[in-house]
Design a protein around this ligand. Structure first.
Ligand code: SIN
Ligand code: MN
Length: 213
């Protein structure tokens, strides 16, 4: 086979930096791939409209969310869990191919995720420090893709309240929360609303893909 000069370079499969034990691939998704993923995520949102769940503590989350895949992440006064359908009763749409491609490249080539959670951060939205621990098998990583406005992402250790480190995530950055850091506390302190032009009206989308069962 001859190599064409026009062939796009393979994206790096080594992290550009580590934050605690969390792998960060800065700028992993090129602009065209971000736009293509956004179009697929809009289709998911059309079929399964985003909602703001209640936390078990009775407060509405500032982030709006929906899911794709066999199950979707859900929360109400009864607690955090995965649900087989959207609250309206419709099935969650399939995981978008663009998300599967990133998952297979950076998370797990031979086992696809059961859930693709899509979080929408409008102006002032944030996400408190938490662990992703509603899944059955923590040997699978959580893959996180950032689109749109910059977000101040904070990572701690596997116990609440310890030392933390922060990093601004930009559109196209991909984070893998796995290995010894799989149960690391993490959250988003704030977004820089309007810092990206990917979303016409500003805001941020974060996509996390997980193996659930
Ligand atoms: C999450 O932990 O579910 C979201 C993380 C992020 O928005 O970057
Ligand atoms: Mn999380």
């Amino acid at each position: 086979m001859t190599w064409s000069m026009k062939q796009a370079p393979e994206p790096a499969t080594t992290p550009t930096l580590m934050l605690g034990g969390v792998s960060v691939y800065q700028g992993w998704l090129p602009a065209e791939a971000q736009a293509a993923m956004l179009a697929e995520l809009r289709e998911v949102a059309r079929a399964a409209p985003p909602f703001s769940p209640d936390t078990p503590y009775g407060r509405k989350m500032s982030v709006r969310m929906t899911s794709a895949g066999a199950c979707g992440w859900y929360s109400d006064r009864r607690g955090y869990r995965y649900a087989d359908t959207h609250p309206s009763g419709v099935a969650w749409p399939p995981v978008p191919p663009s998300v599967l491609a990133v998952w297979r490249a950076l998370a797990a080539p031979h086992r696809d995720p059961d859930c693709c959670l899509i979080n929408f951060y409008g102006e002032g939205a944030r996400m408190g420090m938490h662990q992703d621990r509603d899944e059955a098998d923590f040997s699978w990583p959580v893959l996180s893709i950032s689109l749109g406005d910059d977000a101040l992402f904070r990572v701690g250790g596997t116990t609440r309240g310890g030392k933390t480190q922060s990093l601004w995530l930009a559109s196209g950055d991909v984070v893998v929360i796995g290995g010894a850091a799989r149960l690391a506390y993490h959250g988003v302190d704030r977004i820089r609303f309007g810092s990206s032009r990917l979303l016409a009206n500003g805001g941020r989308i974060n996509v996390t893909a997980r193996v659930v069962t």
